[in-house]
Design a protein around this ligand. Structure first.
Ligand code: AMP
Ligand code: ZN
Ligand code: FE
Ligand code: FE
Length: 281
């Protein structure tokens, strides 16, 4: 099984990279993509944990925002982590997430809920990318809500009065940066409408023009009808179709390998990278 989209505690997942590799192997996954938000910090530990039977596709999920303010996630896979421009962009996003968190906390405080930046940072592993799930965990610890999911549906969703966005590149820029770093790009969960506004067909065209390689079709946040629309779009534009779990440990219901990528699609995607960067022992 090939699962190209997962998170660890180097962003908002709850497993360490070594735990992720062990669980993936036990779940029958032979190719695992590690795609923490705006970070490559988990690659080293994941690489060290590899054993025969499982190989690692190093990657990252790049937070992006279109010029009209829609949040888009671009999976970058198989890029060179020494590429200065791409690493600088991710670093800028990670830093900006801290100022953004302070603003969200201020809005929540104004509503009379007592929560501090310290409470949130306590939920974050060293060197990890800060995100709303860590705030959700802090709110659970304080007893304001009972789960991450409840925190998101009641307080932290994109249309909430507490919501603040953070700096992020446009998806076109991210696609170009990934390509310049030798990697391939796949748009993650493009039709996950419950997360907020999703991109128009025109924006899709613009991403394809920028060099988008693939579309994540099979994902728990897509309905059968949405998948069919994406399959048609991929076929019409010669794009690769992937499927993935978007596993977050016990931070989300998503199970490892619940959606997967077909071997022939994966081979085509890997062939678009400038070098073989899949890691195995
Ligand atoms: P942020 O990166 O700070 O904008 O937060 C977005 C992250 O929150 C995404 O990576 C999602 O995986 C996570 N998220 C969104 N909705 C939920 C939910 N209902 N339960 C748990 N995590 C969620
Ligand atoms: Zn996440
Ligand atoms: Fe995402
Ligand atoms: Fe994700």
């Amino acid at each position: 099984m090939i699962d190209l989209h997962t998170h660890t505690n180097f962003s908002d997942g709850t497993d360490s990279p070594a735990q992720l590799i062990n669980k993936a192997l036990a779940a029958g996954i032979s190719v695992i993509g590690l795609t923490d938000h705006d970070s490559v910090s988990g690659w080293q530990e994941a690489t060290a944990a590899l054993r025969p039977g499982i190989s690692l596709v190093p990657g990252a999920e790049i937070s992006c925002q279109t010029s009209d303010g829609i949040s888009v996630h671009i999976l970058g896979l198989l890029f060179d982590s020494q590429n200065v421009e791409l690493m600088k962009t991710m670093e800028e996003t990670r830093e900006n997430r801290h100022g953004r968190m302070a603003k969200i906390i201020a809005r929540i405080n104004e509503a009379g809920i007592d929560i501090t930046m310290e409470d949130v940072l306590e939920q974050l592993a060293d060197g990890a990318t800060l995100g709303r799930p860590h705030l959700a965990d802090a709110l659970v610890k304080k007893g304001v809500v009972t789960s991450r999911d409840e925190a998101f549906t009641q307080m932290l969703h994109n249309k909430s009065k507490y919501y603040v966005s953070h700096y992020s590149p446009t998806p076109e820029v991210a696609i170009k940066l990934i390509k310049d770093a030798g990697g391939v790009s796949v748009i993650a969960h493009p039709m996950a409408s419950h997360r907020g506004r999703t991109i128009s067909i025109e924006t899709f065209g613009s991403l394809i023009k920028a060099g988008l390689d693939g579309i994540e079709v099979d994902h728990r946040d897509h309905s059968p009808d949405e998948k069919n629309q994406l399959i048609e779009l991929a076929r019409d534009n010669n794009l690769i179709m992937t499927g993935a779990s978007d596993y977050h440990g016990n931070g989300k219901l998503n199970l490892l390998g619940e959606y997967t990528t077909l071997p022939e699609q994966w081979e085509k995607l890997e062939a678009r990278a400038n070098k073989r960067r899949v890691v195995s022992v």
